[in-house]
Design a protein around this ligand. Structure first.
Ligand code: SF4
Length: 73
């Protein structure tokens, strides 16, 4: 599965970082960064392939602007 972070929508509330620090950190521009992800500059999204969803489900659920998307394949 893939985690897709729509960075443009992120309001930098840090909820994902608090609930899922293994995958998320705050970056200097005030938005969240998905650790070890690849940035697709065309779409403005960070993408990370993962096998286990772990705390990313909670991060997606807690995000107030729903910019963390989980794509199950
Ligand atoms: S929870 Fe959503 S809006 Fe808040 S920092 Fe994380 S990605 Fe950004």
């Amino acid at each position: 599965m893939k985690i897709v972070h729509e960075r443009g929508k992120c309001i930098g509330c840090s909820s994902c970082v608090v609930i899922c620090p293994k995958y998320w950190e705050m970056s200097e521009d005030g938005k969240a960064h998905l650790l070890n992800s690849e940035f697709n500059s065309e779409k403005g999204v960070e993408i990370l392939e993962i096998k286990e969803i772990e705390c990313n489900q909670e991060a997606a659920d807690v995000c107030p602007v729903q910019c963390i998307n989980i794509e199950k394949s």
